[in-house]
Ligand binder design. Sequence first.
Ligand code: PAF
Length: 286
Amino acid sequence: MQVLESIQAVQQSSQAFKAVGNSVGYVPTMGYLHEGHIELIKRAKKENDIVILSIFINPLQFGQNEDLDAYPRDREHDLKTAEEHGVDVVFYPTESIMYPRPMSLAISVNKRTDVLCGRSRPGHFEGVVTVLTKLFNICQPDRVYFGMKDAQQVAVVDALIEDFNFPVELVAVSTVREEDGLAKSSRNVNLSAEERAEAPAILEALMLGRSLVENGEKNPVEIRAQIRQFLENKTHGRIDYIELLSYPALEAVDTVKGQVILAAAVHYSKARLIDNIVFEADGTAG
Ligand code: PAF
């Protein structure tokens, strides 16, 4: 496994692999690799000859009240994990390599951001699409892999690729779950035993919403109300939001139709959990 720090070295490496007919899959991360990332690497390995992984904590996507310095880092663990799972190239740049001077240009994100978690993170997705524009140009992949746990990020990346015609296929990988359905997250360790026992109710509530839709209920207000009631009965967590939107456009709907996302965020004492399901309102596989 090669660990490269320079932009030029990664560009040359990707181009050289592709010149001899290899396909390149790419997994962008901010490090501190967990099972969700490993799932992305495994899928990228399955579908490509070569896998590039990047590890870069992107300062542009952190808000003023979000602590960049507190973001967890573990270089040794990350490189070992990448190697064990067959990554071919790790791009591990420093901040001065990625941003040698203040940027002269900015990309603004006009849609898909003022809902779900994006509503409380102004500027976050501008930072994400800016770094991904650079990373796509550096890693030059055929396919890029993102987890559906952050479905809003997938929707924004989908728009980035479409709007700017990046020659990259977006592969959205299903959320990795515990046996009881709770979405895996590094935040789950911050749940008390009682909260951990209650937390699978988030997915159960979303699945209840899905079955309401599939059984003919098309009014989003009614569906959200029933999900809220279910969650309030099943967990002491404070509901941050329950949303039902079109997907990937992330627009409010009067009547549920086409592909939709049902998403919820719940605050527990020391963790805020998010989860979502994307499905077709007419009951076909989503
Ligand atoms: O999902 C993440 O870890 C980051 O938002 C990403 C895609 C690596 C961009 O910095």
